[in-house]
Design a protein around this ligand. Structure first.
Ligand SMILES: [Zn+2]
Length: 290
């Protein structure tokens, strides 16, 4: 299937799914962006107002999963995804498993330089490549006395909230690809969409938890939480990140998460594996009664 055909196919599926949930609203086939909820007719595929979105973001190994509008895909998305990517790089570096040298700033005896942190078998080495630094840096370093020289390493900065909202967004979109407009139109998801769109301010105390085990990022699962009762809902797993999303109509979900805490060392959660959407179905293949 060509890129154009694939986009058209996803448009048609989404339009069909929307018209099943909300019949008779639009005369022409219409795809409603799952985040902004703006309606688009098919011309939006050609002029770029609708485009394919990666879930999770491409920079952390995601794949194209559904269509979102330009507004949602380009602006906030890009900033959030950069935070998610940097956080992941730092996490890998700190667990000794970066997939490539990790860029850091090092301050050695008062001289700040650009360095690369290499991890192998749990031990680290630091290199200070000439091409990342201004001329004369290595001479300056050589003049430093060895004894008593301090070394401070600083990772690239990122927004922790931004990184977490990026995972929230990916988890929400994975659910939409699987379950369609029942998710998009669910009032319990309003707070999720607001958090994704207005990402400077935290709306919920907790929505992405860290897994107890150090799962590789390639593990992606949609799970139903069965127990404990206050946690009932969806968990979308991206490796070590567990994105918590409410069941339909559950308006107190995030309040309960905040009240009960999500300390993984004391809580035991029972999950049911639901699947993973490799292509969008928007709930069309499911029994309409569910
Ligand atoms: Zn949008």
């Amino acid at each position: 299937m060509s890129v154009q055909e694939k986009k058209r196919d996803w448009f048609d599926l989404g339009a069909k799914a929307y018209s099943q949930v909300c019949p008779g609203i639009y005369a022409a086939p219409t795809y409603v962006c799952p985040i902004w909820r703006m309606p688009f007719t098919v011309e939006a595929l050609d002029d770029g107002r609708l485009s394919k979105e990666h879930v999770p973001p491409k920079s952390v190994g995601g794949h194209e999963l559904l269509l979102t509008c330009k507004e949602c895909n380009n602006t906030a998305g890009t900033m959030l995804d950069a935070d998610a990517k940097t956080k992941e790089d730092v996490r890998l570096a700190m667990t000794g498993r970066p997939d490539r040298p990790h860029r850091i700033k090092a301050t050695i005896g008062g001289i700040t330089v650009n360095g690369q942190l290499h991890a192998k078998d749990g031990s680290y080495s630091l290199t200070i490549p000439k091409h990342l630094n201004r001329p004369g840096t290595s001479e300056e370093l050589q003049r430093l006395g060895r004894a008593g020289t301090s070394l401070t390493v600083e990772h690239e900065r990122y927004s922790e909230l931004g990184a977490r909202i990026s995972w929230l967004r990916a988890g929400y979109l994975a659910l939409v690809a699987m379950d369609g407009y029942k998710i998009v139109l669910d009032p319990a998801m309003d707070i999720v969409r607001t958090q994704i769109r207005e990402c400077d301010e935290r709306r919920m105390l907790t929505f992405v938890a860290d897994a107890q085990e150090d799962f590789p990022l390639t593990i992606r699962r949609v799970l139903r939480v069965l127990e404990p009762a206050w946690h009932l809902g969806w968990t979308v797993q991206f490796g070590p990140y567990l994105v918590n999303l409410p069941s339909r109509g559950d308006m107190t979900f995030y309040e309960r998460l905040a009240n009960n805490g999500l300390s993984p060392t004391v809580q035991h959660t029972t999950y049911e594996y639901v699947g993973w959407p490799t292509t969008p179905t928007f709930g069309l293949l499911q029994n309409e009664a569910t």
